[in-house]
Every structure is written in structure tokens, then in C-alpha cells.
Design a binder for this molecule. Structure first.
Ligand SMILES: [Zn+2]
Length: 249
């Protein structure tokens, strides 16, 4: 009887671990250790547009032109391999005042990998970006938003946050959704301090370019300001810091 009870306890524990691991890998809302940001706690209409998987020789420049036209700033989470192929695009993104983030070296899923492999993906990309003039801190975003236990642990050891997002447009831009619907869904879901995920590479991205143009036009006209993730987080940290007591004269 006690053997049966022990076996049942082990089976239930294994099931619970499997469910937890599955949930942690699938969701972008939950993480056991380390810091993760899905948005910045702001009250003003500030929004971070983020573009993953680039840089891309056709679509990244088109997005940069739109951002410049609207005096908007954005964050580009680049893939190390692609940044290595197009260093001039990384430098252009930087010189136009945008933020560059690290989106791993190879864009492989970071689940069921060793800590050394994960650390190498992050460090190799950081090293290249630093060489290209990207200032610290270099923010990181996990490919596919996946992050079982190894990635959060590696990032925690490196004192790096995982920058995720709270606005995923439906239809998604990388599935070639209708740009008008993508833009309308971003507009509907955005709240002050939101981080929006879009993709400027990984395939043909004309829908992303068009949806970006619509968001900049319509939300810009409503008074939204487009800033980088770093600017959003800095602003949130500044507004959370209480004023120091003033010394009396
Ligand atoms: Zn990606």
C-alpha cells in the first residue's frame, strides 16, 4: 500500500513538474527567476515599438525612413548572425537614435539547451554589438519568447533582464496579416508604457512596414509618443524614485 502511495506521489510530482515546465516555456507572462519586462509602468502615452529578427537589407531601411519621418524612436532586437552580415545597418539604426537589443546569435529555441550554449548565444551577440558601437546595457529578448529555466538563470547571472512585450498584434505581422488589422489591433491593445512586438526580418515583411506606417500616423495623431524600451524603462524608474528630502537653507 505504502509503495503504491509512493509511486502515486512520484507520478503526481512528475506531472506537476511537466505542467510547470510546459507552462513556463509557453507563456511570456511567467518566469521563476530573474527580471522580465513586458511593459513599463507609465501613465503617459509612451509606446515602444520593437522590431525583431533583423536587420534586413530591404525592410529595416524602410522602417527607419518611416520612423525618421514621424520623429519616432524604436528598439531593434537583432539576430547576431544577421548583424554580422549587415554591420552597416546596425550602425545606421544606432546613428538615427534608436536602440539595438540582443535577440541571440542564431535565433534557435532556447529550451532544452545547456547553460554554456545559452550563455554563448547571448555573449557572442553582445560582443559583436559592442564592437559595432552599441552602448551598454544591451537589452536581451529571447527568440520565440521561450525561456524554460536555463535562460532566466543565465540572464540572472549576467544581470540582464529579458525584454518581452504586452502587445502582440492579431493577426501577427510575421504571418502576413492584413496591415490595417495589425495596426488597428495595436491601437486597441496599447496602453501607456506598452511594448509592441513586430518583425523587420525572418521573411518578406511588407505588411510590417505598412502596419508601422499606419500606427505612426494614427496613434501619433492621438498624441502617442514612440520611444525605445530603454527610454520607457528609464522614465518609469525616474518616476518611481521619490524626491530626495531637501536640506533646509
Ligand atoms: Zn525572433
Amino acid at each position: 500500500m505504502s509503495k503504491l502511495r509512493t509511486a502515486a506521489t512520484i507520478a503526481l510530482t512528475l506531472l506537476a513538474v511537466a505542467v510547470l515546465a510546459h507552462t513556463t516555456a509557453r507563456t511570456s507572462r511567467f518566469q521563476l527567476i530573474g527580471t522580465m519586462h513586458r511593459r513599463a509602468p507609465l501613465e503617459e502615452r509612451w509606446l515602444a515599438l520593437t522590431f525583431d529578427d533583423g536587420p534586413h537589407p530591404i525592410y529595416t531601411p524602410q522602417i527607419l525612413e518611416l520612423l525618421a519621418e514621424h520623429h519616432a524612436q524604436a528598439t531593434f532586437f537583432v539576430v547576431g548572425q544577421r548583424a554580422w552580415e549587415h554591420p552597416e545597418l546596425v550602425q545606421r539604426i544606432l546613428s538615427e537614435g534608436h536602440e539595438i537589443g540582443n535577440h541571440s546569435w542564431s535565433h534557435e529555441r532556447m529550451v532544452l539547451k545547456s547553460p554554456a550554449w545559452v550563455r554563448d548565444e547571448v555573449e557572442r551577440t553582445d560582443a559583436l554589438l559592442r564592437d559595432l558601437g552599441v552602448p551598454e546595457p544591451i537589452h536581451f529578448r529571447a527568440p520565440f519568447g521561450k525561456k524554460l529555466l536555463v535562460l532566466p538563470w543565465v540572464l540572472w547571472r549576467m544581470d540582464k533582464a529579458d525584454i518581452l512585450f504586452d502587445v502582440v498584434p492579431v493577426p501577427q505581422d510575421y504571418l502576413h496579416g492584413d496591415p490595417e488589422l495589425i495596426a488597428a489591433d495595436i491601437q486597441r491593445k496599447a496602453r501607456p508604457g506598452s511594448i509592441v512586438v513586430l518583425h523587420d526580418s525572418g521573411g518578406e515583411r511588407p505588411e510590417t512596414v505598412e502596419a508601422t506606417r499606419m500606427v505612426l500616423e494614427t496613434m501619433g495623431a492621438e498624441g502617442w509618443r514612440f520611444a525605445t524600451v530603454a527610454q520607457l524603462l528609464e522614465r518609469a524608474a525616474a518616476s518611481a524614485t521619490p524626491d530626495l528630502p531637501r536640506s533646509s537653507p
